[in-house]
Design a protein around this ligand. Structure first.
Ligand code: URA
Length: 214
């Protein structure tokens, strides 16, 4: 399947996900949830995995956590259809248990191709699982609210909205983190000077990602 995924367009990715049986979740789902929203958006959200309502409807973040996500987007003047929303795993795990490493690995190529094709400027990772895709070594509590550069994309970790529904301190942090998003979307790469300066000497081991401080 990996070959197909590497060259697939977004419609084909949806079809592959909808027919996927790579892990055991494929036989337990009502519907797979590939993701939805604007395919040309500068802003992509990655959650953890579908819950009950998402599994019923085949759409991401349509339950209570999704409602909160929509409210947060509204605070910065965005609607759901302005952004692309997907998850680390594309099928519901039984009783909403945490995703297993094998499930995350099975869905990985789908998500990687979605990122490649949508090519967002900013990816908001909602919660620890999607944050760990990019920054596996630090806890979400430490990473949230601080944007970081990953292969030219700004990764902006936030708490998961479901956690914010249970805890008002987390909700406050989520609200504050959302308010920083517009400024991240405005950041454009520095213009190329008329006479380009020579490239700096190559570092022996260039870092794959670095923290951006705003
Ligand atoms: N939680 C998630 O992480 N994703 C969804 O789609 C819904 C709830």
């Amino acid at each position: 399947m990996t070959d197909n995924v590497l060259t697939a367009d977004l419609d084909e990715i949806d079809r592959l996900i909808n027919g996927c049986t790579l892990c055991t979740l494929g036989s337990k789902r009502t519907m797979a949830v590939p993701g939805n929203g604007s395919r040309t958006s500068d802003l992509m959200f990655i959650g953890e995995g579908p819950g009950y309502y998402e599994d019923q409807q085949g759409l991401p973040f349509v339950g209570r956590a999704g409602q909160l996500l929509n409210e947060m987007l509204a605070t910065i003047g965005l609607r759901r259809e302005d952004v692309f929303v997907t998850n680390m795993i594309k099928c519901r795990a039984p009783n909403n248990r945490d995703p297993l490493p094998i499930e995350i690995r099975s869905c990985g190529p789908y998500l990687d191709r979605q990122i490649e094709l949508i090519a967002p400027k900013v990816i908001v990772t909602l919660g620890r699982y999607s944050t760990a895709k990019f920054f596996p070594d630090e806890p979400i509590g430490k990473l949230r609210g601080t944007p970081a550069n990953w292969n030219g994309i700004t990764i902006y970790p936030m708490y998961h909205p479901a956690a914010a529904l249970r805890n008002s301190t987390i909700r406050g942090a989520l609200e504050r983190d959302f308010l920083k998003l517009p400024s991240l979307l405005e950041v454009t790469p520095a213009p190329t000077p008329a006479t380009p300066s020579p490239p700096p000497p190559a570092a022996p081991h260039p870092p794959q990602h670095s923290r951006i401080h705003i």
